[in-house]
Design a protein around this ligand. Structure first.
Ligand code: CP
Length: 331
């Protein structure tokens, strides 16, 4: 039994096979690949795309999805092992994962970091606990990475670019009034590196570098394919000749739990917003974002509504890739 928690656990060939299947499912959406199967969608955080696309995807494959929100209609859950449950939690993940495994064929989990202590958050404790105690495959619906978003992004790039090897991929940090999860940034870096793009990470300062786990994985993946991983704080250098601009905001890891101090830095970099002047420096690059996106904060209306923008295609492709992932995991 294999989980889909991070694409680092899967080879490029395995992921490509799922992307190829997703392409078939996009052309022919209704197939009984999950007939008689059930999927538990466990959400500790809000969602529009993930919740809709998993639910509808299961339905289109003849299966059934149930949404659970611990603390809001389902019991609040505990993840620490061996400690007395004398707080708010009524249910331990040990029982929750084992019981859901008796009802369902897949458990999918969304659990964002707590944003207080990165060393703690980087353990990815919630989904790892589900994986440890479930007896069915577990899918990551976004924790400290967002592998389903990665797959949708790569499917979209392949649709629009064809061959991705050797193309210049720019992951640009953008301003946001709040510190956000690094999950999509980690994922963007990994999937672009895995599929042979030359990867550039544009961020305001060294403090906005991503966790070394993902930086080193991207370095190794690019080097193994004769590609490069470049880190720059220079906007013009990053955008020059780019084929893909992927925008995301994230909080600086050294400031977890000290967000007032990080805000003083972040507020100086509002000019990282993606706009037409920056896109004009590229080689007719595609623009994308995982959504939801704050218009005219992270990206201008002109870019988001331009022909270069494939963000809606990427959101649609969430449906197709997740169906392929679910079908793969249930065999
Ligand atoms: N991109 C994404 O995961 O969207 P939701 O947060 O709406 O699910």
């Amino acid at each position: 039994m294999k989980h889909f928690i991070t694409t680092l656990d899967w080879s490029r060939q395995e992921l490509q096979a799922m992307l190829d299947h997703a392409k078939e499912l996009k052309a022919d959406p209704f197939q009984p690949l999950l007939k008689g199967k059930s999927v538990a969608l466990v959400f500790f955080n809000p969602s529009l795309r993930t919740r809709s696309s998993f639910d509808i995807g299961a339905h289109q494959l003849g299966g059934h999805a149930i949404v659970l929100q611990p603390g809001r209609g389902a019991w609040p859950m505990e993840f620490e092992i061996g400690s007395p449950m004398d707080g708010d939690a009524e249910e331990h993940v040990i029982e929750a994962a084992r019981v859901l495994s008796r009802y369902c064929d897949i458990i999918a989990v969304r659990a964002f970091p707590k944003f207080e202590n990165w060393q703690e958050d980087r353990r990815d404790k919630v989904i790892r606990a589900f994986a440890d105690y479930a007896t069915v495959p577990v899918i990551n619906m976004e924790t400290i990475t967002h592998p389903c978003q990665e797959m949708a992004h790569m499917m979209t790039l392949q649709e629009h670019l064809g061959e991705t090897d050797g193309k210049k991929f720019v992951l640009t940090w953008t301003y946001h009034p709040k510190p956000l999860n690094t999950a999509v940034a980690n994922s963007g870096l990994i999937i672009a590196a895995k599929f042979g793009l030359d990867v550039t990470l544009l961020c305001p300062t060294e403090e906005y570098l991503l966790d070394e786990r993902y930086m080193s994985a991207a370095r190794e993946l690019t080097e193994a394919q004769g590609r490069s991983l470049t880190v720059t704080h220079d906007i013009a250098e990053a955008y020059d000749g780019a084929h893909v601009v992927y925008a995301k905001s994230w909080g600086a890891l050294p400031y977890f739990g000290r967000w007032d101090q990080e805000k003083e830095i972040r507020d100086q970099y509002k000019h990282f917003m993606v706009d037409s002047e920056k896109m004009a420096m590229t080689d007719d690059a595609l623009f994308s974002h995982c959504l939801p996106v704050r218009r005219n904060v992270k990206v201008t209306d002109q870019v988001l509504d331009s022909k270069a923008s494939v963000a809606i295609d990427e959101a649609e492709n969430r449906l197709h890739v997740q169906k392929a992932i679910m079908a793969k995991l249930v065999g």
